[in-house]
Design a protein around this ligand. Sequence first.
Ligand code: IMP
Ligand code: MG
Length: 183
Amino acid sequence: MNDNMKEDVLRVLLSEDEIRAKVQEMGKKLTEDYKGKNLLLVTVLKGAVVFLADLMRQIDVPAEIDFMVVSSYGSGVKSSGVVKIIKDLDIPLAGKDILIVEDILDSGMTLSYIKELLQSRGPRSIRIATLLDKPARRKVDLQADYVGFEVPDEFVVGYGLDFDEKYRNLPYIGILKPEVYSD
Ligand code: IMP
Ligand code: MG
């Protein structure tokens, strides 16, 4: 890893301007769709925090936020998408209109497990907003209700997304140089 993080980036996939415009557009749509509702934004840490922080400020209806921390069980069980809850939500879900805010929808396994878990707690509605969607990688039948960008099946970092916990603080979304992975 270079001292200058941006030197590790091979190519910018989505610029700050493109992301900003998209987040604004999504916020407008959500403002329309959640008028008169009981919006609760639910984010699974950590990747989606940057998206959440920007998106929530583009939503002009009352909204609450809450966070979950989960970890996948050992490799054998991982393929089932079963996750262990490390930190659960604080806010009760009865009567809430939940919007799960995700950074990227990949296989969809983790999110589909979490969606069912939250569904069982009796919210009024539950939808998914994801900044990025990699449909080519999907392993379960799960679709986001709001998608920022469809991306190709390449590993991306930045704007919250990490490689080995790094690069989350890149202001744009990019693809790393191959040598970064082999270092
Ligand atoms: P899945 O949909 O359960 O397979 O997992 C989605 C999670 O995998 C995301 O929340 C990210 O943390 C991580 N992930 C998937 N694809 C990428 C990527 O291209 N870059 C960084 N993280 C990724
Ligand atoms: Mg990650």
